[in-house]
Design a protein around this ligand. Sequence first.
Ligand SMILES: *Cc1c(COP(=O)(O)O)cnc(C)c1O
Length: 391
Amino acid sequence: MLDKAKLHPATQAVRIQTPSTWQMEHSTPLYLTSSFKFDEAEAMRAAFAEESDDNIYSRFSNPNVDEFVQKMCALEGAEAGFATASGMAAVFSSMFALLKQGDHLICCSSVFGSTYTIVTKYLPKYGIDCTLVPANDDAAWEAAVKPNTKMVYLETPTNPQLEIIDLEWAGQFAKKHNLILNVDNCFATPLLQRPIEFGAHLSVHSATKWIDGQGRVLGGVIVGNAELVREIYLFCRNTGPSLSAFNAWILSKSLETLDVRMQRHCESALKVAQALEEHPGVEWVKYPFLPTHPQYNIAKKQMTAGGGIVCFEIKGGLEAGRKFLDSLQLLSMTANLGDSRSIASHPASTTHSKLSDAERASVGITPGLIRVSVGLEHVDDVIRDIVQALG
Ligand SMILES: *Cc1c(COP(=O)(O)O)cnc(C)c1O
């Protein structure tokens, strides 16, 4: 007998499937229905009383969404999950469902821009206090703990500087102070890193990035401790940031290829990083699996590969960065990352252009910083384009 519970997570991402209908379809069909009907009043009562798992309404549950969530739980080693309309809906819901007025949150200062806005602008509006702490400053994290601290939130690798935070340390820190550890695992994906194994209670994702991997749909997901996920589920069921069936259908199919795609992204990204290290027009290169990375040993400990993002500092600062983008002939200039197409961005002249030089420096955005999301093109072509654009 094949023990299905012991299948490798990558196999489960291919094989977990909503039971087929009487049509015996091999691929899961798209369940575009807002509600589900019942044959008897008793069945409907039981569903509302949560005595059965029957679907009621697609804001609560839907076969396509459930299939996607089950695969994500298998990949992350999580007890339960809930899928949302975007990564930000996942981040927002994980905070607003679990925190209340008077609570305090510790958040790493290098987090995704919109996450930064939520914790500095919206949480305080509802009486939830936040302390920002620099990644890897252990003393600052310890000093930030207050009697009312409830949650600690971080990303690793961080965006765009690719700092690595020691998840084992973070797990122990959260346990010691009895805090909920909430990790944005978007940059690594569960194929490279499983935060729950290090003591995280929740792992949140923007499925828009590597999980879709083809730049088509928005989506998000929260997986982790069943009790916490239940709170988040009830919050979302009532407030409505649920994932659409169509996007879930796309994302569930995407998970079938995540393992092979991530292997290729990571292999190519390492080669791009190595090529950049040798280039005279480059000041420095950062990639988690390059031995020159400041947290290389931690990356090796908690990740199975370095991920698909490489960042580097081009010699010549702001102007050189802009010129580099204009000289690219293959790589796309776009705001997304985690696509099959390679993408280059220059934060100082785009996403962070409104900040002062000092503010940019404080969040690690140097004038010539270039972030490359390495796609699935042949790596030699990606390197050729980067090298010709460096001039
Ligand atoms: C993109 C991103 C998000 C936000 O996800 P959306 O799907 O765009 O809402 C959150 N965290 C990280 C690390 C991201 O890269």
